[in-house]
Write a protein that binds this ligand. Structure first.
Ligand code: CP
Length: 317
């Protein structure tokens, strides 16, 4: 791997080996084995042009736990405010010895556009516009696999809400297809569902009560009001009535079904408190898995020999 820009087209074997490695790193981290020399001498820069809590913090922790130096770029107080371009910013930081950039950007394709001009540094897409959020896709698959096993062909999954504006949804769909998910249902307002270029192979079910029937996992999505044009933002009460996941609806899912949400959550808009904080929610597992998944990606880019070690402990669940 030179860069990590999207899960689209990533071979299944590579995706599964990243998941195996993330699981092993998670087990290793919790068993107290020192990880701190893996990326010693490497520098990772978080270059975030959009807000983030989970992705930015977990990349910071992942890099630090592997022994890398971490530089957190603050776009709000940087020379980008004086008109410096993204490329000049990247080149400037690269000249200081940054080996990998973790980039979040509001524009679709902004990270890919820098990939050929990164001066040998590795780029990781931490979310670009509505296009891709590959490490979120990875940590979501890790979370699902921990709860439901590695054979996705038996799984019926449902994705609910604002898929149109969601880079998480796109990356999850790429990964679910690659891993052979048995059935992928989607449900949301017509205005917030993209076309078949994104939803090919998915089953559209208009009413949530029917869509949730018998599914093993529900992927809830945030209503991304900041990306909607004026006038398209639905009434929040209507939205929750039609597309909100509450305990009564969740009871229609298969026994033991799990509920995922990438965060941040709009409580009472797309998900009820009792579901978000309930026994079937794996939202905080997703957060915890985010550190391990991002460690696996950093290691694969910056220290691939560790990743490829055949004797490395691999935990499959
Ligand atoms: N899931 C996710 O990308 O969250 P943040 O925006 O907080 O990073």
């Amino acid at each position: 791997l030179r860069h990590f820009l999207t899960l689209e087209g990533l071979p299944r074997a590579l995706l599964e080996s990243l998941l195996d490695r993330a699981q092993a790193l998670r087990d290793e981290a919790f068993s107290g084995v020192a990880l701190r020399n893996r990326l010693l001498g490497q520098t990772v820069c978080n270059l975030f042009f959009e807000p983030s809590t989970r992705t930015r913090s977990s990349f910071q922790l992942a890099a630090a736990r592997l022994g890398a130096d971490v530089l957190n770029f603050d776009a709000a107080s940087a020379s980008t405010k004086k008109g410096e371009t993204d490329l000049d910013t990247l080149k400037t930081l690269r000249a200081m010895g940054v080996d990998a950039f973790v980039i979040r950007h509001a524009q679709d394709g902004a990270v890919d556009a820098l990939a050929d001009r990164a001066g040998g540094a590795a780029l990781i897409n931490a979310g670009d516009g509505r296009r891709a959020h590959p490490t979120q896709g990875l940590l979501d698959m890790l979370t699902l696999r921990q709860r439901k096993g590695a054979d996705f062909s038996r799984l019926r999954v449902l994705m609910v809400g604002d898929i149109l504006h969601s880079r998480v949804a796109r990356s999850d769909l790429h990964a679910l297809r690659t891993l052979g998910a048995g059935e992928i249902r989607v449900c949301g307002p017509d205005a917030l569902l993209p076309g078949d270029d994104v939803l090919h192979g998915c089953v559209r079910v208009p009413r949530l009560d029917e869509a949730v029937e018998g599914v093993d996992a529900v992927f809830m999505l945030r209503l991304q009001r900041e990306r909607m044009v004026e006038g398209l933002v639905p009434s929040l009460d209507d939205y929750f009535r039609d597309y909100g996941l509450d305990p009564a609806r969740l009871r229609r899912a298969a026994p033991g079904a799990v509920v995922l949400h990438p965060g941040p959550i709009n409580r009472g808009v797309e998900i009820a408190d009792a579901v978000a904080d309930g026994a079937q929610s794996v939202i905080l597992d997703q957060v915890a898995n985010g550190v391990a998944a991002r460690m696996a990606v950093l290691e694969a880019l910056l220290e691939p020999s560790h990743h490829l070690q055949p004797t490395f402990p691999v935990a499959r669940r």
